[in-house]
Design a protein around this ligand. Structure first.
Ligand code: SF4
Length: 210
């Protein structure tokens, strides 16, 4: 596949307005980043409210947290936005709006996820990442359907084969969501699970030259 072909696919995704046409969201600003040469893929839940102004994923507070986790796994500064290393996308590519409680963002609905699945499938089959890092329960459950009913603490720190057809032979290393709204990583036991996950990520990075 050529870079031009991949750019055309990304352009097509960025022009998607399917959820707007279905009355699910008021505006569509699909956010994704990376090249088909990325070795790893980071799968978030959905972009945040600043996506329209800052189309680079993880350029805000969540990105700083995520970059600090990557640094703990031995990645250099800027690795997060190095297109040869990470492809950045999410289960739905448009900001879904604030949650009804006003605390954090609304989780994308099943229909939005289903609408956006064809984009994710195309990205996965073109990038063919060796490792997928899903962030948070919704993204983890997308890649690992067997873990949907399991607590996050029992999933983070393990490495799984992907349970998602378009992910092929990729391995999956789940992480919590780096959003400041999440309090999960404040608990000492959960910090240990996160540390274990980052230790395993560091070992994979060294072994594969990521
Ligand atoms: S969330 Fe996905 S399917 Fe919905 S409008 Fe955005 S890009 Fe299209």
């Amino acid at each position: 596949m050529s870079a031009d072909q991949f750019a055309a696919i990304q352009h097509e995704i960025r022009g998607c307005t399917r959820c707007v046409e279905a009355g699910l969201i008021p505006d569509a600003h699909p956010i994704l980043f990376g090249s088909p040469h990325a070795r790893m893929l980071i799968l978030g839940q959905a972009p945040g409210p600043t996506a329209a102004e800052r189309p680079l994923p993880y350029s805000g507070a969540s990105g700083k947290t995520l970059q600090s986790w990557l640094a703990r796994a031995g990645f250099d500064n800027g690795a997060l936005h190095d297109p040869k290393r990470f492809y950045l996308t999410s289960t739905t590519k448009c900001f879904p709006g604030r949650s009804a409680t006003g605390k954090g963002d609304r989780a994308p609905s099943r229909i939005e996820i289903d609408f956006c699945r064809e984009h994710l499938d195309v990205e996965l089959s073109w990038v063919q990442p060796e490792l997928i890092l899903p962030l948070g329960k919704l993204a983890i459950g997308t890649m690992l359907s067997s873990t949907r009913r399991s607590p996050l603490a029992s999933i983070v720190g393990e490495i799984y084969p992907a349970e998602y057809a378009a992910a092929g032979e990729a391995r999956v290393l789940p992480l919590p969501h780096p959003s400041g709204v999440s309090r999960w990583h404040n608990a000492p036991a959960n910090q240990e699970r996160l540390a274990l996950a980052l230790t395993k990520l560091a070992a994979l990075r060294q072994a594969h030259g990521w």
